[in-house]
Design a protein around this ligand. Structure first.
Ligand SMILES: *[C@@H]1O[C@H](CO)[C@@H](O)[C@H](O)[C@H]1NC(C)=O
Ligand SMILES: *[C@@H]1O[C@H](CO)[C@@H](O)[C@H](O)[C@H]1NC(C)=O
Ligand SMILES: *[C@@H]1O[C@H](CO)[C@@H](O)[C@H](O)[C@H]1NC(C)=O
Length: 434
């Protein structure tokens, strides 16, 4: 009897669940249809639509690295989740005067300038969770008087004195819906603590800072290298026979001299903790391989010396983190002038403020002694037909000039030129009838 009742109950629960699912689906279908009618496809694959009288611009998962010009400005909701945005500069959104919500979750944002959100006087909802933020200042929220919902969780917050203003801001009673569940990732003593409940008076205590620094005294770096503190913190690790970048480089280091060592490869994220680094000297090592993301976090690096190494080309994407780079020393490397080198030239072309030296082909023989730029120019000047390559593996349009190709590469580094690494043999043979 009891078994029968249990069975009956189970069947009932199942029927109710199925009925609800049906209803939800019908609702979704009708909403989908309504949406479809009014969707406008913008050239860059964003979708614009109206729902319940609100205008949406949906640019989710479009491989964007920045907000682009020419987007409609009268929108209420801007969806930018799941892109590759790393930096939000001042006034990025200032022309979207009506904006009520801004979704930036699941990007790679590590830097937000103080005026990034200026002009958003109507904004109520700002989603910044799942990014790479370590520090932001409360000042960036000043232009947002109506902000009611703010998501900051799943960012690697560094709970030190720089975060003091944000922590105090989140703890104001009227801001109770702002920044819930955001936690410290660093330093170790605050790991896992919520910004909402952290006692801000501990963030800026000099004695705490000193204690946090303590374990560093016996690290690799301090044993192997000399540190000079004036005028800017400098780490002199020159000619120490190092085979890898030392661990535990002090976070406030501004210059590192690693010249004349035996470093052969750079692994991803070896410098991420040293975010104030301005000069990195890796001259006269045996560098052959630099992995993508090796320079991640070096947002403020201005000079990079890679001269006198064994580099053949740069992996696609290696230079993307170096926003403020001004000088790049590349001499004394055996650069190979084939398709792999195009990324470097492309990057340099798009960063005209970067000065560089020493970019000469050493292989193949036909280009020996040429500058790499001349090689790329010659390559681009060839008959475009010779280079027709189907980027979309048979489904998309054929890309025929290197400019278009580069545009596609920029949109989607995942679509890497792997089929393009080598020049493809001609797909067509031409027979002359004469
Ligand atoms: C690099 O390693 C080689 C042999 O492994 C050694 O002879 C040479 O002195 C090293 N160079 C430096 C700068 O330490
Ligand atoms: C890097 O070190 C080498 C060797 O000491 C030196 O010649 C070069 O000028 C340094 N580069 C920079 C940018 O300071
Ligand atoms: C590169 O190496 C050569 C030979 O080892 C040396 O003469 C030259 O000074 C080095 N250049 C730099 C910039 O260190």
């Amino acid at each position: 009897m009891r078994l029968f009742t249990a069975l009956l109950l189970l069947v009932l629960v199942f029927i109710v669940a199925a009925a609800q699912r049906g209803k939800r689906q019908r609702q979704e279908n009708s909403r989908g249809r309504r949406r479809l009618n009014s969707i406008k496809h913008l050239a860059d694959r964003c979708k614009e639509y109206i729902e319940n009288g609100d205008k949406f611009l949906d640019c989710q998962d479009c491989h964007l690295t920045a907000v682009q010009f020419g987007w409609p400005e009268d929108i209420d909701h801007l969806l930018l989740a799941q892109n590759r945005i790393k930096v939000l500069k001042d006034n990025t959104f200032s022309h979207f005067r009506n904006l009520l919500s801004l979704d930036l979750q699941l990007n790679e944002i590590s830097l937000i300038e103080e005026g990034a959100f200026s002009g958003l006087t109507k904004l109520t909802t700002l989603l910044l969770q799942h990014n790479h933020l370590q520090v932001v200042s409360e000042a960036m929220f000043i232009p947002l008087p109506r902000l009611r919902f703010l998501r900051l969780h799943d960012n690697p917050w560094t709970c030190n004195c720089e975060l003091d203003s944000l922590v105090r801001f989140l703890q104001v009673p009227s801001n109770r819906h702002l920044g819930n569940f955001a936690k410290c990732a660093e330093p170790t003593r605050f790991w896992g603590q919520q910004l909402k409940t952290l006692d801000p008076k501990f963030l800026c205590l000099p004695s705490m800072q000193a204690q946090i620094q303590l374990p560093r005294l016996h690290s690799d770096t301090t044993l192997l290298c000399r540190t000079h503190d004036s005028p800017k913190p400098l780490l002199d690790c020159r000619s120490r026979g190092l085979k890898a970048v030392p661990r535990d480089i002090p976070e406030n280091t501004a210059k590192i001299d690693l010249a004349f060592n035996n470093i052969t490869a750079l692994k991803p994220k070896v410098f991420t903790t040293i975010k104030d680094l301005k000069l990195l000297n890796l001259s006269s090592n045996s560098l052959e391989h630099i992995e993508t993301a090796a320079f991640a976090g070096l947002l403020h690096l201005r000079e990079l010396d890679l001269s006198n190494n064994s580099l053949h080309y740069f992996n696609y994407g290696v230079l993307e983190d170096l926003y403020y780079l001004r000088t790049l020393y590349l001499g004394g490397n055996p650069w190979i002038c084939d398709y792999n080198i195009h990324y470097l030239i492309y990057w340099l072309k798009h960063h005209p403020a970067v000065e560089y030296t020493g970019l000469m082909c050493s292989e193949p023989e036909e280009y020996q002694g040429w500058s790499v730029e001349s090689y790329v120019k010659t390559y681009n000047a060839e008959c475009p037909k010779d280079k027709q390559v189907d980027l979309h593996r048979g489904t998309g349009p054929t890309v025929s000039t290197s400019q278009e190709l580069i545009a596609v590469m920029e949109e989607d580094p995942g679509l890497l030129p792997s089929p393009l690494r080598k020049k493809e043999p001609n797909k067509f043979e031409i027979f002359r009838l004469s």
